[in-house]
Design a protein around this ligand. Sequence first.
Ligand SMILES: Cc1cc2nc3c(=O)[nH]c(=O)nc-3n(C[C@H](O)[C@H](O)[C@H](O)COP(=O)(O)OP(=O)(O)OC[C@H]3O[C@@H](n4cnc5c(N)ncnc54)[C@H](O)[C@@H]3O)c2cc1C
Length: 598
Amino acid sequence: MPSYTPPIRDMQFVMHEVLKVADEYKAMPPHAEVDVDTINAILEEGGKFASEVTFPLNQVGDREGCTLDAKTHEVKTPTGFKEAYAKYVEGGWPALSADPEFGGQGLPIVVNQAFYEMLNSANQAWTMYPGLTHGAYEALHAHGTPEQKKTYLPRLTSGEWTGTMCLTEPHCGTDLGLLRTKAEPQADGTYKLTGNKIFISAGEHDFVSNIVHLVLARLPDAPSGSKGISLFVVPKFQVNADGSLGQRNGIWCGGLEHKMGIHGNATAQIVLDGAVGTLVGEPHKGLQAMFVMMNAARIGVGMQSLGLTEVAYQNALAYAKDRIQMRSLSGPKAKDKPADPIIVHPDVRKMLLTAKAYAEGGRALSMFCSLLIDRELSHPDEKVRKDSAEMVALLTPIVKAFLTDNGHIATNACMQVFGGHGFIGEWGMEQFVRDNRINMIYEGTNTVQSLDLLGRKVLGNQGATLKKFGKLVAQLVEEEGVNEKMAEFINPIAMLGDQMTKFTTELGFKAFQNPDEVGAAAVDYLRVLGHLVFGYFWARMAQVALREIEAGNADPFYKAKLQTARFYFARLFPETATLMRTARAGARSLLDTQEALA
Ligand SMILES: Cc1cc2nc3c(=O)[nH]c(=O)nc-3n(C[C@H](O)[C@H](O)[C@H](O)COP(=O)(O)OP(=O)(O)OC[C@H]3O[C@@H](n4cnc5c(N)ncnc54)[C@H](O)[C@@H]3O)c2cc1C
């Protein structure tokens, strides 16, 4: 049986010692009262909910999965899932960072994201039900009409209803321009939607009385391609003028997918058969409106892998201390035992430290991103809001793809620590690997994220936002460049920061001559930039840890932080050299291969 302890201390380190979020909030009127104690109290309670309520259901959900009643089209979730959701609602958790105007508690995104990291460690499949609800809330909050907001936001905020996002169709996943679901305008101002959606997470379940589907579809006069897509809100049950539930709408679950992981989450085929919906935002501008939900969801997916990296690490560490096999190469370490614990072996330590470095680096980056979103939403200075939004846009594909790829590496490494036992279900390690695998695929595959990063976010604005991130790196280098103790953390990012400008310009020049060069370099490019970003945060964390140690603080936490930073720069960061080389290899070795791929 796996176990999970919420990493509250590390969260507090990043929030209070590295990012100093409470000081930042003093400048943001909606959060001016949010202090360190408030944040810590929520982390403690949130951690209890995750570890005590949803974590015990993780293996149950994996074993049982969801079941569809073909006659009623209703879905039954695994044992305990529904009751856990009722506790979640009772505790007021869905409202944490929602707008007080609609019943929310108005707390910062940083706090909500930290809570979600813990929920994802505990049970990713369960967490997707409230996670998608939050995304639907955000899309309607940004683009809904006053009537739609009044009807749906209070119920999504309280958790009384849940939400979904319905984009994918059998013939269209990445290329949403191909989608065919139709929306016919009706005399009363509503629309009737007809079509088939697949792979809809949390698409049908037994948690709540109504499910609010956000559906992409085409109007009759829609131009072809992605410029002809509109967004609609389509509830499972229509809603009467007084807010009570009306007729069952023509939107059904036609089947459930059998899949590799996240078995506890219902991945539904959704049939729209003249379902009544209302338009969200402007006609043909549905993709822009949906992007609110998709961007939030992309960061959310990064958080899913961060959660799995953390829980996999914790279990692998405990196992490595307990399992005895072979002797240390440098002589017995546990002389009282017939063999040494496997944690003495250098490669086992490497696997553990890889997961730890990716978890802690991912936590720092995702919290920084959440703080940027708080600034974007709540800072009084318009320039701060604009700069923060730009930086979030740059970092979002990195959070999505780098954290999920790292999650893949980390959960596999942690499973490997268990040897053959990792492959056996009862230990829970193979579930972490399986559950993580989808994170690299949905919300835009990681390849698509890398194209978005290099093509749109970097080359698309001539590297302007990247330069702004470069300035953060340069500031830290200037601050610590003469500090010998920081050299091992500062020199690598200073060097990569310099190389990045030339590397990006070179790729931009090649892409100008042949656009396929972007596709050939993008995945490697994202990983290089991901390491520059991680390197920056690892250097900042090392800086705080060193200062504490020098001030006489004997808490082993700081030594551990420095040791992990050292490992990161010695063992993980250097892959940037190889990645830059492969990115520079160009498109020819991929495209001049007609015979090889015949
Ligand atoms: C469990 C699960 C849950 C999901 N939940 C939802 C949900 O809630 N709502 C929803 O709408 N969808 C959902 N999806 C769908 C998911 O977002 C899509 O599967 C994903 O976007 C990829 O689309 P696709 O599967 O059609 O693959 P395709 O688009 O067919 O892609 C196949 C391969 O081609 C690559 N590729 C495609 N275009 C390019 C390009 N231009 N350049 C380089 N490579 C390219 C892709 O990266 C991928 O490797 C879910 C899927 C699964 C499996």
